[in-house]
Design a protein around this ligand. Sequence first.
Ligand SMILES: [Zn+2]
Length: 460
Amino acid sequence: MPRVADVVIRNALIADGSGGPLTDGDVAIGEGRFLTAGAGSAPAGPSTLELDARGELVCSPGFIDVHTHDDAALIRHPGLEFKVAQGCTGLVIGNCGFSGFPATGIDDIESVAGGDWPDLDGYRRVVSASGFAANAMALVGHNTLRSVTIGREDPRPASGADLTIMRDHVRRAMDQGACGLSTGLIYQPGKWAPAEEIIELASAAADGGGLYATHMRNEGDKLLESVAEAIRIGAESGCPVHISHHKAGGRENWGKVTDSLAAVDRANTAGSDITLDFYPYTASSGPMAEYTSPETVTQEWADHNQFALTAPGGRRTISIGFGMSEDDLVTNVRHPLMMIGSDGIPDLDGLPHPRLYGTFPRVFAEYVRKRQEISVAEAVRRMTSLPADRFGLSGRGRIAPGARADVAVFDPASFRDAATFAAPKQEPEGMVWVIVNGQLAYDRGRHTGALAGRLLSFRS
Ligand SMILES: [Zn+2]
């Protein structure tokens, strides 16, 4: 007796996440999992929600945004509309060395004011009690650990005792389901840590099977040196490495991404295990104070920066810098180990970088349709099975019987970003239905209010 489905998507072009050719058929979902996928196989019952893809819409696994700063957003913006409308059903949080746990009491973008939890379990209890709309997987952040252990303002090297404390935090995070350690070596206080300190901590992540995700020390003049440091940290800690928002900033550095990708390829051939992500924009964005100093503020800098938030309520000003090359984006998207990470900063009071709302549709609009660099199936693979396997979202990222039913259904002819620098808070066009853990979260432009997301545990 076939199980009755909760949802059936009929007449879809199925992109199953593997990167293989699209197939025609139906996809059936029951009790939060895929029941069947393929031609004419879907069971139905009186209460089944029937969605008709008319032979035109692609049905894929939900997308995974591997580079988010949504740690606080799970509490502040639990509907996560800016992600769900793009088809994102999975978010990796805790990037660039900043995680929502252990709570620091600092009111910055990644942490939560007033939070007092000591670890991932404490954070999980709080976010799970209120609920949120997409699944999340946590990295533990080195800047956060250094802030609670040594202080945010103290440039001294970590002592043996400091290292023990930070290593214990990493171990505990791994025990509680984190997928690894992140760094932001351009930021305070992470920039004061030598490679040896990171190797110590990445070793603890490696012991738990996790990975090391890094916003490298330099993404401009010293990009290649920074990639070499990341490769070294991976080799000496035994930890797989993930390079965040891979790019070359500054006109004089354009083209260097070819060399840094070649370095990654050589290292992988020699036994390293390195993956990457990027966002499809030539402008970067970050806390202004972290990127500016009397030496960096030149006329050229001023010409290429816009200030999106005037620090309401004393919060940080976000600057947006137009410093990257379109050719480098193409180089990035061609690399088979390149995932997609929005790096969106979910501060909805100001004018965020449009990548917060536009990253995933923009990959389809620019690199699938306009430039034809990758196929629909390959774009889907980079957004689904590749990140699910890498960041340990087990049983996700593929449409297959028994897998968890996170789904995006979109029109491959029209799926496009609408967010611009002038009007960044615009949801994309062409996303039709989004399903999270078997529940409909987005229905033709309308958010259903379902808070079906879970804070996942690494590889379980
Ligand atoms: Zn970063």
